[in-house]
Design a protein around this ligand. Structure first.
Ligand SMILES: NC(=O)c1ccc[n+]([C@@H]2O[C@H](COP(=O)([O-])OP(=O)(O)OC[C@H]3O[C@@H](n4cnc5c(N)ncnc54)[C@H](O)[C@@H]3O)[C@@H](O)[C@H]2O)c1
Length: 284
């Protein structure tokens, strides 16, 4: 039997020709697993959450939006019951760590398990460094760094309590690696560098418990966050498109595979890494 606890390795004994058709790519299957996706009320988090439910998982999206985006309801309607997965919503602010801990504890208690996390909640602010206000720096770091860290810690605590192994994805950005040309958001970029380093440290700390932690580092994606930037400065789109080899921005759907790969046994030997998906933006 394959090891379906995220710790791998999967069983390689059966030759592919003998595996029933329904079990092909069984290392990507998430049946019965339970995940938390912060920032899952819309955008990249929601898109990756939908990929997880298609692979059979139960997913709780946590977001500070009073109501999730219309796309959330659409994703729930699209969910094919035959796949076995389901999508749920809890309203939280990742800065409220007590509430975060209690909501995550409630989810784990309900299913008597917790198998991992996508931490996608984040904000961005395009402001020149000389104009930045201290309260804006604090807010950015509280959400983009402390919020991610406290979410990961709360999820790990419950995974350990329930004896679950599994995987976490901390959504960083290529802006954590390079000074992203044309994106004047010095604090956002620094917060993403912190998330990349956080993933490495948590991977080291929790590896022995069978909990893997990786950072996902996307290039520019057309999401509500980025559309807000274009409203303020429509010239940004063309500028950013020129910065990668494919000459275009990405769509959230282009990260579905990455989310599934990172949370499933398909990535069972991967931890402490940063997966860069950026159309070649950082390759030159
Ligand atoms: N869009 C891009 O180009 C891009 C590129 C690289 C990385 N990212 C990262 O991907 C992640 C998702 O971003 P997106 O582009 O989908 O943006 P988005 O604004 O559409 O989604 C972010 C989500 O986080 C939620 N959120 C923000 N602050 C929160 C808080 N305090 N508590 C709970 N929820 C909160 C928002 O309500 C929203 O639903 C972010 O971490 C972002 O930094 C985005």
């Amino acid at each position: 039997m394959p090891m379906l606890d995220g710790s791998g390795p999967i069983d390689q004994k059966l030759p592919n020709s003998q595996i029933p058709q329904t079990q092909r790519f069984r290392e990507f299957q998430l049946d019965d697993r339970v995940f938390v996706v912060t920032g899952g009320g819309r955008g990249l988090g929601l898109t990756m959450a939908e990929a997880l439910i298609e692979a059979g998982a139960t997913v709780h999206c946590l977001d500070w939006l009073e109501e999730p985006d219309d796309e959330f309801g659409a994703a729930q309607k699209r969910a094919n019951p035959d796949f076995g997965g389901s999508l749920h919503y809890n309203r939280i602010d990742v800065r409220d760590s007590d509430n975060l801990d209690s909501v995550i504890g409630g989810i784990a208690a309900k299913y008597q398990r917790l198998d991992g996390l996508i931490a996608a909640a984040g904000i961005q602010q395009v402001t020149a460094a000389t104009e930045y206000k201290v309260e804006d720096v604090t807010k950015m770091m509280e959400i983009n760094y402390t919020g991610v860290f406290m979410t990961a810690a709360a999820v790990a605590r419950r995974m350990m309590e329930h004896g679950c192994k599994g995987s976490m994805v901390l959504v960083a950005s290529i802006s954590g690696f390079v000074a992203n040309k044309g994106l004047i958001s010095p604090v956002y970029n620094s917060s993403k560098a912190a998330v990349i380093q956080c993933a490495r440290n948590l991977a080291m700390e929790w590896g022995p418990k069978g909990i893997r932690v990786n950072a996902l580092c996307p290039g520019h994606i057309v999401t509500p966050m980025v559309l807000k930037n274009f409203e303020k400065d429509p010239s940004l789109q063309k500028k950013w498109e020129k910065e990668n080899f494919l000459g275009r921005l990405s769509q959230p759907e282009e990260f579905r595979g990455a989310g599934l790969f990172l949370l499933s046994d398909a990535s069972s030997f991967m931890t402490g890494s940063s997966l860069v998906i950026d159309g070649g933006h950082t390759a030159w």
